[in-house]
Design a protein around this ligand. Structure first.
Ligand SMILES: Nc1ncnc2c1ncn2[C@@H]1O[C@H](COP(=O)(O)OP(=O)(O)OP(=O)(O)O)[C@@H](O)[C@H]1O
Length: 263
């Protein structure tokens, strides 16, 4: 499924949160949505997922108004991973992942076919959570819980995955594993949008980056085009180190620009 958002505007509590945002997501693309705290990334993701109606602009799924797609069809085609890891019910991790199959359930029956079970198992293996499948999620660490929630989103087997900070709570091993997983899923045809604060991971793994700042798109292009010293400096107020390893360019935010005393 292709998503196109044009001129999206959102106003909340008298403030303009998103202002004329244009963004497109195609199948097979891994897009990193980056920008400082409060830039509007989560708000934009909720608009793209149709969880929030914008105050202006147009949202198209496969070239047609997003509202034309029914809720169940949308839930099968688009998976949304919310920010944070709060889960209030002491469900077993495996049962949380199985919730990802609900959009595929029949009207009167549970989603418990061989295909459903396979999707849950595959998602649990991909997120490296099979070894605590039976544990109540409320007893898991923040990073472990994040991986359970990611597995739930993967189990949907949607065409688009919108993930809000999927690696924020993870250790370096699992950050790399999840970024590799998302990049691999995109190569296999999934359209992925991930909100990311780690510019090093974003520059290494994403096909495209969209930089939001103050509710507007400041840059949209390849990591090399978007993550320039000038763009990072103006959006985040930090100066970066740049390098290359094995032919891949990397970016390392290094010091605050207002920190004159720092190296
Ligand atoms: N109900 C509301 N009323 C007023 N302002 C709001 C409301 N909800 C969100 N905002 C503001 O909208 C702005 C964008 O919020 P959003 O969560 O989209 O930012 P973000 O880019 O995802 O930030 P972060 O990186 O901190 O997660 C923030 O300044 C936030 O304070």
């Amino acid at each position: 499924m292709k998503i196109e958002a044009r001129g999206i505007a959102v106003r909340l509590g008298g403030a303009t949160i998103l202002d004329g945002v244009d963004i497109g997501i195609a199948p097979g693309e891994f897009v990193g949505l980056i920008g400082p705290n409060g830039a509007g990334k989560t708000t934009l993701l909720t608009v793209l997922a149709r969880l929030r109606m914008p105050d202006g602009g147009q949202l198209l799924y496969d070239g047609r108004p997003a509202g034309a797609l029914g809720r169940t069809a949308l839930a099968r085609r688009l998976a949304y991973l919310a920010q944070g890891t709060q889960v209030d019910w002491p469900l077993a991790a495996e049962d949380v992942v199985a919730l990802g199959r609900l959009p595929h359930a029949g009207r009167f029956g549970p989603a418990d076919s061989a295909a459903d079970r396979r999707a849950v198992e595959t998602a649990m293996a991909a997120a490296d959570i099979a070894h605590f499948a039976g544990r109540p999620v409320t007893t898991l660490s923040g990073g472990e819980r994040m991986r359970v929630l990611l597995a739930r989103a993967l189990a949907v087997e949607a065409e688009i995955l919108l993930a809000d900070e999927p690696v924020a709570a993870l250790d370096p091993y699992h950050q790399l594993k999840v970024m590799e997983l998302l990049a691999g899923a995109a190569r296999a045809g999934l359209g992925v949008v991930a909100v990311l604060h780690d510019l090093t991971l974003a520059s290494r793994f994403c096909d495209r980056l969209v930089l939001l700042d103050g509710g507007r798109v400041k840059a949209d292009g390849t990591p090399g085009e978007v993550l320039t010293d000038a763009e990072i400096g103006s959006a985040y107020g930090v100066a970066s180190l740049f390098g290359a390893h094995d032919g891949t360019r990397y970016v390392l935010p290094w010091r605050r620009i207002d920190d004159q005393a720092a190296e």
